[in-house]
Design a binder for this molecule. Structure first.
Ligand code: NAP
Length: 217
């Protein structure tokens, strides 16, 4: 069994979620509030290590009123246990789980374990299927996946995403090096992920699209 996974993201009209080395505000203020309401509904929020290194996000509910106890568990996918000890995801506002692989130096794991729970699964990269099974067994039955592009691709490839909520900000970024909603190695034409449109919502100048992910099995 695995937790239910909703991928939430914000992209420009041309599909970019960030510039090459930095994040940017893509969606409007009201959409950010929507995301924080969404966070309240999930047991955990998951991101890849690059998102932590580039954005240093808190991954808590702080744009709307909430008690500390309502913060979801923060999950970082970080094969080599590179999460900086002073990163905001390791503050006391919520519990944090770091998923690492056998590549992670024990010294880094020991340091991270003082501030978080570290789970080892996978050889080179984190084995996402195995990790999600373990998280489910620990009582995490829903995950809000919040990027970035590389983790989004792997999560689709492993068929672990159930639903998508994507906010399209009224902006264009352009550039080959900007990150897109889903990067990684990409799918072949006949393997592309199929979606069923479930809803369209206009929020100020932005649009939020909701999809169910369809797997052929
Ligand atoms: N607009 C938005 O909604 C939004 C949301 C989130 C992030 N972002 C942006 O996205 C950018 C970061 O995206 P990114 O693609 O560079 O990185 P990412 O997806 O945040 O992290 C990817 C890293 O996760 C680690 N990882 C471990 N196991 C993995 C696995 N099985 N599959 C995939 N990744 C695995 C890998 O590093 P190791 O091998 O070192 O473990 C990999 O390089 C940032 O610029 C951020 O601002 C935008």
């Amino acid at each position: 069994m695995k937790p239910y996974v909703l991928l939430n993201s914000a992209m420009t009209v041309d599909g970019k979620i960030a510039t090459e080395n930095s994040s940017m505000k893509i969606s409007c203020k009201k959409d950010l509030i929507r995301v924080h309401h969404l966070r309240k509904e999930f047991d955990a929020i998951m991101v890849g290590i690059n998102t932590v290194l580039i954005d240093n996000p808190k991954l808590t509910i702080h744009k709307i009123e909430a008690n500390k106890e309502e913060n979801p568990v923060r999950i970082i996918v970080d094969s080599k246990a590179r999460t900086p000890l002073d990163s905001l995801v390791l503050n006391n506002d919520a519990k944090t789980i770091i998923l690492v692989s056998n590549e992670a130096p024990q010294e880094n794991i020991d340091k991270l374990e003082k501030k978080s729970t570290v789970i080892v699964c996978g050889d080179n990269h984190v084995n996402l299927k195995e990790a999600l099974n373990k998280l489910y067994d620990m009582g995490i039955s829903s995950i809000l996946l919040e990027g970035g592009s590389t983790l989004n691709f792997s999560m689709f490839k492993e068929e672990l995403i159930d639903e998508i909520s994507i906010c399209i900000g009224s902006k264009i970024l352009g550039g080959k090096k900007s990150k897109t909603f889903v990067d990684g190695e990409g799918f072949k034409q006949d393997e592309c992920v199929k979606l069923e449109l479930k809803g369209i919502e206009k929020i100020d100048e932005d649009v939020v699209l909701n999809y169910k992910v369809i797997y052929d099995h």
